[in-house]
Write a protein that binds this ligand. Structure first.
Ligand SMILES: Nc1ncnc2c1ncn2[C@@H]1O[C@H](COP(=O)(O)OP(=O)(O)O)[C@@H](O)[C@H]1O
Ligand SMILES: [Mg+2]
Length: 212
């Protein structure tokens, strides 16, 4: 069964003249990497904002485990079920990597034995060394910052991970590293990974490609 199912979705911004999304029908399952592609302005970021509950749709449905997002507790959905990796990472640059992950652990209110140890485990999962975990995020490279953003999204073990052009600002080698982590999350940890991308390489390595 689909973890996420989008049916006949239309969306127009309140101050927008024309619809950004019309009649979108897409299905997403656990254990797969999905690439969402499309020209700039096609509505990819808008679609992610609707999937993540940041914007409210009026026409059509987005079903999470068969339930319309509209009927779900949004706070819980956003802090537990879905992990979001923003285009701009949205990290707190003056804090170190562990502190960034700790913030998310505390916000989500998940129960773990040792929060600090859990934060290190998440950073280990994205292959960030202990030494770098203690460095201010400001002093990490783009690829390392992106991995901290992934660790943060993973900290409360969500079923869905969505990422808006996660490799957009990265060189080829770093892109491959981030892609490997995302694929591993889908294929070995049974997450549903949804990636908006312009990269043909990312699309080629995804299990399913949707074009808007
Ligand atoms: N907050 C907003 N208010 C009004 N229009 C918006 C807003 N955000 C995006 N748009 C418009 O919606 C369209 C799709 O934007 P977006 O989803 O960001 O596209 P993409 O991510 O595919 O480049 C664009 O025409 C954009 O100008
Ligand atoms: Mg965008």
């Amino acid at each position: 069964m689909e973890i996420l199912s989008i049916k006949k979705l239309d969306y127009t911004y309140d101050d927008g003249e024309s619809p950004v999304l019309t009649d979108i029908n897409l299905d997403f399952k656990l254990g797969q990497v999905y690439a969402i592609m499309g020209k700039s302005g096609a509505g990819k970021t808008t679609l992610l904002s609707l999937i993540s509950g940041l914007n409210q749709y009026k026409a059509g449905q987005i079903l999470y485990n068969g339930n319309d997002l509209k009927s779900l507790d949004k706070e819980h959905y956003r802090s537990r079920e879905i992990g979001i990796i923003f285009q701009s990472f949205n990290l707190l640059l003056h804090l170190n990597a562990v502190e960034n992950v700790m913030l998310s652990i505390n916000l989500s209110k998940i129960k773990v034995k040792d929060k600090l140890q859990h934060a290190f485990e998440m950073l280990n999962k994205v292959e960030l060394s202990k030494e770098k975990a203690h460095r201010r995020v400001l002093k990490l490279s783009g690829g390392e910052q992106q991995r901290v953003a992934i660790a943060r999204a993973l900290s409360y073990n969500p079923s869905i991970i969505i990422a808006d052009e996660p490799t957009g600002n990265l060189d080829g080698e770093t892109e491959a590293q981030v892609l490997k982590i995302l694929k591993n999350l889908a294929h070995n940890e049974n997450k549903c990974v949804i990636v908006v991308t312009h990269s043909e390489k990312v699309a080629n390595e995804s299990d399913v490609v949707y074009r808007l």
